[in-house]
Write a protein that binds this ligand. Structure first.
Ligand SMILES: Cc1cc2nc3c(=O)[nH]c(=O)nc-3n(C[C@H](O)[C@H](O)[C@H](O)COP(=O)(O)OP(=O)(O)OC[C@H]3O[C@@H](n4cnc5c(N)ncnc54)[C@H](O)[C@@H]3O)c2cc1C
Length: 694
């Protein structure tokens, strides 16, 4: 600026500039100073969370690989139009797919690349649902036909279940597949507007085939929804086949690189082999062979798997948001008590740190929960291979409730992180709006969260009934066995620090869960005239209490898992003493924050007094203060490369203002100095003739 100024102007500015620069600090120095405050080795924790240093190194190699690809360059990601997003997202997915095949990479590498590039595309459902459904529900012949084509991307599929009129209530789907035994074909048809398929990812403009969920009719009888592989586009021209109407449903709140679509059929004939017949079958002559009971178990197992991955991903998303917000608020300074003095780091404001650090504790607990959930699923999968399904009901109930809890908290948590970043958090360049908009759908898909909680609630009420009948309980609901004997127990906390003890925390969380399950059962029984029914009016009018009970149960499980994982790692010396000590503080903060949410219930049930509940707030503050010096080192341990976060505010070096300006400079709106509206709109207004007439 000063280079173009004459000496007199430079001199005039000298003193005022010195005055306003007094008290200025460097965000990069702030970031470095924050890291020096840490009391533990962040790299040690990073290696532990990544399950080995090698994985961290591999992550760096993959970042290099991805950022060197034309489709992997994220510089312009926030400036793409909808159409560009769609094309580039698909290009990125196909690019990764090719690299994986060419370099014979492991599935872990594939998962890591998708997370690093984070550019969902039209292949999401091909990978996530089309292939898995063929593998789980197709006969060996069907798998032999579809898998090679799918793996070479010579066909691209999606999963078409939801319709305009029906989502949650799958039995109510209205697309039909009617068997014509004379032609040995099914006729697929959409009989009404509401039966139009709506939402499937990749359906709009990418998919050539769908796994179609349609109501099967054989000889006039309705056998309910079954899965069919149906071709919808010509493989040479990519045009919709005769009788098929298909397109994109339009811009969404986020996730716009994916072409979610609509689809309807007008009397479309498909061969008998289109039906996936590993379980249920329709013979050539038109006899329906029902699935063995294992079919239902197999489809539950698939749901459990998908929900387990959603739980795992919640830790990933929340920790990304917390990383961005913590790094930024540590270098953002706002307000000095005296002009000219250094301003306060935003993270030092009580309201900011008491918001962010409990969320950080949640992010850690979700990371541990995700790991445990995947271990649980894998051991169930091994048992399933021996035809042992004993663990399934418990796993189904747990994965449903945890899917709901973790996605609820993560979606709200990302938005909370954005708000802690003030105005700059509202910019796409901060990374937070895109993270929120593309994440929040997790609360809806794979089962709306309320419906998920209700599945857990059903299991809890059944467990409570079994306990009342004197039957032994196992698994996560075991505490319900002792609930009635412990109804008179009282909280033993006598000082705020007592609330840090895992025993006190778990006792209180157990008590709340048991109390809310008992309350929900009472409400349900009252609504059912003394009977506990699991559907109909009584159930529907009790859902608020049932959801509260399920959430309390999931919270208890989550916290117990966090305690167990940290203690096991400390005991097995996977973590050094200082790192274990910091993680224990996070566990304590997690427990205290969860209990603050149910402080009213604890008092209502007579478990603790108002004074004891008030101590939770005091202890939360003490724990946040204790953790504050480690805030940056803790988020560094999530080890997100800058490439992955793609956030001007979440940069590791703290150079946030430069990053914001750099991002504005490449904005296409700034491509010409006068701007794109000058000629069509502004010029006529601003030209001298018009100005003189105004
Ligand atoms: C981004 C995105 C991608 C998707 N991708 C796919 C896809 O690839 N393939 C596909 O087939 N579908 C897909 N879906 C659809 C998704 O699976 C459904 O939206 C979801 O299952 C919820 O169903 P719904 O929309 O019918 O909600 P509704 O059932 O209409 O729910 C509306 C409200 O009613 C409540 N409610 C409904 N039933 C009950 C009940 N029994 N008890 C209590 N409360 C109830 C819900 O909690 C919710 O609050 C996608 C959706 C989104 C948002």
């Amino acid at each position: 600026m000063s280079s173009r100024a004459d000496p007199r102007t430079t001199q005039l500015l000298e003193a005022p500039c010195r005055t306003v620069m007094r008290g200025s600090t460097s965000p990069m120095e702030d970031a470095a100073a924050e890291r020096r405050k840490a009391t533990f080795d962040s790299e040690e924790l990073a290696a532990f969370l990544a399950e080995g240093k090698d994985n961290l190194l591999r992550r760096e190699e993959l970042v290099k690989l991805l950022s060197s690809q034309p489709w992997g360059d994220k510089t312009h990601r926030y400036f793409l139009t909808r159409e560009q997003e769609y094309v580039c997202g698909l290009e990125a997915m196909v690019g990764m797919w090719k690299i994986m095949r060419e370099q014979r990479m492991s599935m872990e590498d594939g998962i890591a690349m998708r997370s690093l590039a984070y550019f969902p595309g039209g292949l999401e459902l091909h990978i996530g649902m089309f292939i898995p459904t063929i593998l789980s529900q197709g006969t060996p012949e069907q798998q032999a036909k579809w898998m090679p084509l799918s793996n070479r991307l010579q066909v691209i599929g999606t999963y078409a279940q939801t319709e305009l009129g029906h989502g949650t209530f799958v039995r109510g789907l209205q697309t039909v597949a009617v068997y014509d035994e004379s032609a040995r074909q099914f006729v697929v048809h959409s009989p009404c507007l509401e039966s139009t398929k709506w939402w499937p990812g990749g359906l709009g403009k990418t998919a050539t085939h769908v796994v179609l969920m349609a109501r099967l009719f054989v000889k006039g009888r309705d056998y309910g929804p079954h899965a069919f592989v149906v071709q919808i586009r010509d493989l040479d021209t990519h045009l919709p086949l005769p009788g098929v109407t298909v397109g994109d449903i339009g811009p969404k709140m986020g996730y716009n690189s994916v072409d979610n679509g609509f689809l309807s059929f007008d009397h479309v004939r498909v061969p008998r082999e289109a039906m996936l017949m590993r379980f249920a079958q329709v013979t050539e002559e038109g006899r329906y062979v029902p699935p063995p009971p294992d079919n239902q178990k197999a489809s539950y197992a698939t749901m459990v798997y998908v929900r387990a991955t959603i739980v795992r991903d919640s830790g990933d998303f929340l920790s990304r948001a917390v990383t961005i917000a913590t790094r930024y608020t540590a270098v953002r300074r706002q307000t000095a008590s005296k002009l000219g003095e250094p301003e306060v780091q935003v993270l030092d404001y009580d309201n900011v740190q008491q918001t962010l650090l409990p969320l950080m504790a949640r992010a850690f607990s979700f990371v541990f929960m995700g790991r445990s959930m995947m271990h649980m699923y894998n051991s169930f999968d091994a048992a399933r291979a021996r035809n042992d399904f004993v663990a399934l009901p418990e796993l189904h109930a747990l994965s449903s409730g945890l899917k709901a809890l973790c996605t609820d908290v993560t979606a709200a948590g990302i938005e909370t992180c954005r708000r802690q970043c003030g105005g700059h958090g509202y910019l796409l360049a901060s990374g937070l709006p895109t993270l929120f908009n593309s994440y929040v759908q997790n609360c809806t898909w794979e089962g709306d969260n309320s419906v998920m909680y209700l599945q857990t609630a059903r299991y809890l009420i059944k467990s409570a009934m079994a306990a009342q009948a004197g039957k032994p309980l196992t698994g996560s609901a075991q505490y319900l066995s002792a609930a009635s004997q412990q109804a008179g127990a009282r909280c033993g906390v006598s000082s705020p620090a007592d609330w840090c003890s895992p025993a006190h925390q778990l006792a209180a969380l157990t008590r709340v869960a048991a109390q809310l399950v008992a309350q929900a059962a009472q409400v349900l029984a009252r609504a059912g005239g003394g009977r506990l029914s699991f559907d109909g009016e009584a159930w529907n009018s009790s859902t608020v209490d049932l959801i509260r009970a399920a959430r309390a149960h999931a919270s208890l499980y989550l916290h117990q898992n966090f305690v167990d994982c940290v203690e096991a790692a400390a005991e097995q010396r996977e973590l050094g003493d200082t790192t274990a000590a910091v993680l224990r503080q996070l566990v304590q903060l997690h427990g205290v924050s969860l209990l603050m949410e149910v402080a009213g219930d604890l008092q209502e049930g007579g478990y603790c007094t108002g004074r004891q509940a008030g101590m939770l707030r005091e202890q939360q503050r003490a724990l946040v203060y204790a953790l504050r010096p480690n805030a940056l080192a803790l988020v560094d341990a999530f080890a997100y490369p800058d490439y992955q976060l793609n956030s001007a505010l979440g940069r590791k070096d703290g150079n946030v203002y430069q990053a914001l300006l750099d991002s504005a400079r490449i904005n296409p709106l700034n491509a010409t100095p006068e701007g794109p509206a000058y000629k069509p709109v502004l010029q006529a207004l601003l030209n001298p003739e018009v100005r003189s007439r105004m």
